[in-house]
Design a protein around this ligand. Structure first.
Ligand SMILES: [Zn+2]
Length: 326
């Protein structure tokens, strides 16, 4: 079945013609038919995503798979306490968050990239991928959230089942907002608003809208946190991320016949240090600066980011000097 799917693309369920053309006797009739049609179409699109998930994982080449498995530590060697979530503990404001929200944040962090394809939302749109057909924005993030819900509903993984119905709904809603917040586009949309809240001194964690803003910012800060790590970790991670971008760039060239942006163009890899400095200045540093203005105890994130900026900056100097010599 998977082979058939991968060779010929998923077979799409067809809506019978009489269903599509059924005349409406009155406005309501037309609306009902339209609703049914819409539902069927959404179901169809969902099925396309499901088939794509299956074929993607079935086709993942064996070498890549074994590499991934090799990187996973055997279950017996891992203990929950091996993971230290010290950032939450070091901030008075974050320690004071309610337990349900803290749990939602942790689950959102763990699940925020589930079933990621190594390509971004723009690529989904350009290739008209099944995800782009199902959602019009934040396609990947919506998919990560759906995968999270799927895991949470599997018997044995349903760790939220002891919650009451209102608690459950609240927790799921927070997880959804948090996972969607990892779409950087969304961060840029609210950035001005966060700045304004900070500058007017009006931040109030008991206001649900402000709590959402803080949680969204925390998610962005966590997602970008490789930029705050010790230099050797940052250097390695930046190259791993860049390689993922180059792979997408290669596909944009070969499959879409387009020139990838500099960030995704492996021919411009010499410019990585300069691009990292730009990324820090325009994306990361404002995130950690604002976070430090909202919460105490997180200065190490902001300072780590600045330290890495200096390192990248020194690499620009060296590579341009080499360019002159060459
Ligand atoms: Zn991520």
């Amino acid at each position: 079945e998977l082979e058939r799917v991968s060779m010929h693309g998923p077979a799409l369920p067809r809506i019978p013609l009489r269903e599509r053309l059924r005349p409406g006797f009155c406005g309501l009739g037309i609306q009902t038919t339209a609703c049914t049609h819409e539902k069927a179409e959404v179901a169809m699109k969902r099925q396309r995503v499901a088939l794509e998930v299956l074929s993607y994982h079935a086709l993942d080449d064996a070498i890549r798979l074994s590499k991934c498995l090799g990187a996973v530590r055997p279950r017996g060697t891992l203990k929950l306490n091996d993971f230290a979530f010290t950032d939450i503990g070091s901030s008075t404001e974050l320690r004071a968050l309610n337990r349900l929200d803290k749990m939602a944040l942790l689950i959102a962090c763990l699940c925020h990239d589930l079933d990621h394809r190594g390509t971004d939302n723009k690529f989904q749109k350009l290739t008209l991928s099944p995800l782009a057909q199902l959602y019009s924005s934040s396609m990947l993030e919506r998919h990560h959230f759906n995968q999270c819900i799927m895991l949470l509903s599997i018997s044995g993984c349903d760790i939220l089942s002891p919650l009451t119905q209102p608690q459950y709904e609240c927790c799921i809603e927070t997880i959804e907002k948090c996972i969607l917040a990892t779409d950087l586009e969304r961060h840029f949309q609210v950035r001005k608003q966060i700045r304004q809240i900070i500058d007017t001194g009006s931040f109030d964690i008991s206001c649900p809208e402000h709590a959402d803003i803080l949680y969204g910012l925390l998610m962005t800060a966590a997602d970008l946190s490789a930029i705050t790590k010790p230099w050797n970790v940052q250097y390695k991670t930046a190259h791993l991320v860049a390689n993922e971008f180059y792979e997408q760039g290669d596909r944009e060239r070969s499959e879409l016949n387009m020139q990838p942006e500099d960030l995704k163009d492996r021919d411009k890899r010499m410019r990585l240090p300069a691009m990292q400095v730009g990324f820090i200045d325009f994306v990361c540093q404002p995130v950690y600066t604002m976070l430090c203005e909202l919460c105490t105890g997180l200065e190490s994130l902001r300072d780590g980011c600045q330290t890495n900026r200096k390192q990248w900056d020194s690499l620009i100097d060296r590579s341009s000097a080499e360019g002159v010599r060459g």
